[in-house]
Ligand binder design. Structure first.
Ligand code: PSV
Ligand code: MN
Ligand code: MN
Length: 426
């Protein structure tokens, strides 16, 4: 289903009056405070986030899955859904593919569809957490398996993913490993780490010079005693042994409860080791809930670190990749992704409004209250008119979810693709 641009402008003219009032009020206020509003808007417009191919259908849990209907049945339909998200939000212009789920059957057709929709191919994801028809099983691990034949198969798969990505114009390989063990004694902790390092080295060497490797970490699940890459430190250690183009990917759900993720971000940026993000939110673990739905203050603080790290020259903003990694059982996935894109933009906008000079003075002078007030001043601000204005200027809808609902997009997708449609994925 393709959205006609008339629909967006009709919708925007209906909301114009109320938006204009709110926007005039906020922009006047910001200008009086000395904020360069045009520059601010430009930053928000430029900030684009990749959508994962696996988040376009309803996810499930080990207890079951409830389809939403009209889900994309193939890569072409996944791209079409992202095109829709792009038209409505102007917040995404790329897709992160997962192999083997998304192997194109016709590369030139996929590439021309993507360029027609204005979508590029962000980092590619390999999959060695499932058996995908190879002769060896990943039941007891992949890149860190004790059997050389299994490791070789997993390395070959990752290299194949790079080859597929090269044909599509991608520039990155994201590696998430389920490898670990369920019981003490099951695995040699040190050997497993060494085998993983050796396997990653082979993959890294096979990557083109202009590619980067994004290495995820996660403390537990599916293994519950030990995970070979459980934390940012281990990921960073491995990346450093590989080379400059391997960096740590922070998935917000991959931390134990109460971990100070903004500090991890600061530490990684301090060393120019931050590859990028998988945005989602978490109450307990790898919940993959909608970004900003549980801990919006944490998301804001993360953006504060990202902005200060890039402005201070610790790590270039452009070197960081932005992706969503979410999965939903009860929501329409497209609505969920629109909520996530909005929350990411809101948190980013609020963090841009922090008076960093004042904050630094408070920090130096030991003004604890002043420093906290500085952050609260920005965090408590309603920046929705600002984010909306940036979206309208970019050609998007004033209220993407409202328009999506009024056009009955899901109903149309169900009649086009069927109520039982489903793609491969998580
Ligand atoms: C599994 O934890 C996971 O959610 C990782 O975060 C990956 O990025 C994602 O699946 C896709 O492989
Ligand atoms: Mn992830
Ligand atoms: Mn995860």
């Amino acid at each position: 289903m393709k959205l006609s641009l008339d629909k967006i402008s009709d919708h925007n003219s209906k909301l114009k009056l109320s938006h204009q009032d709110e926007w005039d009020f906020l922009s006047n206020k910001l200008s009086k405070e000395g904020v360069d509003v045009d520059e601010l808007i430009q930053k928000i417009k430029d900030f684009q986030i990749a959508v994962p191919s696996w988040a376009l259908g309803a996810g499930g849990t080990r207890f079951g899955r409830f389809g939403i209907g009209g889900e994309p049945r193939n890569l072409e339909e996944k791209l079409a859904d992202i095109g829709l998200l792009k038209d409505l939000t102007r917040k995404t212009d790329s897709v992160s593919l997962h192999i083997p789920w998304d192997i194109p059957s016709d590369y030139s057709a996929i590439k021309s569809l993507a360029s027609e929709l204005g979508i590029s191919f962000d980092a590619m994801n390999s999959n060695t957490f499932q058996d995908n028809g190879g002769s060896e099983t990943y039941k007891l691990g992949s890149l860190g398996n004790s059997k050389k034949a299994v490791r070789d198969q997993a390395v070959a798969h990752n290299i194949e993913v790079v080859e597929i990505g090269k044909k599509l114009g991608s520039k990155g390989l994201t590696v998430w490993l389920a490898d670990g063990s369920n019981f003490p004694g099951q695995s040699s902790l040190r050997s497993a780490l060494q085998w993983t390092q050796e396997s990653l080295t082979e993959i890294y060497k096979a990557m083109p010079d202009d590619w980067k490797m994004l290495l995820e970490y996660k403390p537990y699940e599916p293994n519950f005693y030990h995970t070979i890459i459980p934390d940012w430190g281990t990921s960073s250690l491995l990346c450093k042994s590989l080379g400059d183009r391997a960096k740590v990917l922070v998935d917000l759900g991959h931390h134990l409860p109460n971990t100070n993720i903004e500090q991890i971000v600061a530490t990684l940026m301090y060393q120019d080791m931050l590859a990028g993000f998988h945005f989602n939110d978490s109450k307990y673990g790898d919940d993959d809930l909608t970004t900003g739905s549980i801990k919006p203050y944490q998301l804001f603080l993360i953006f504060c670190e990202l902005i200060s790290g890039s402005e201070d020259g610790a790590q270039a903003w452009e070197s960081i990749s932005w992706m969503i990694d979410a999965s939903h059982n009860t929501k329409d996935p497209l609505e969920d992704l629109m909520q996530a894109l909005e929350m990411i933009s809101i948190s980013f906008a609020k963090a841009l409004l922090v008076d960093r000079r004042k904050l630094t003075t408070c920090q130096i002078e030991g003004d604890v209250v002043g420093a906290q007030e500085c952050l609260q001043e920005a965090f408590q601000r309603d920046v929705r008119p600002l984010v909306r204005e940036a979206r309208i200027q970019n050609g998007g809808a004033a209220d993407p979810i409202m328009l999506y609902r009024s056009l009955a997009v899901r109903k149309n997708l169900i009649s086009e693709r069927g109520a039982e449609s489903r793609s491969t994925g998580l």
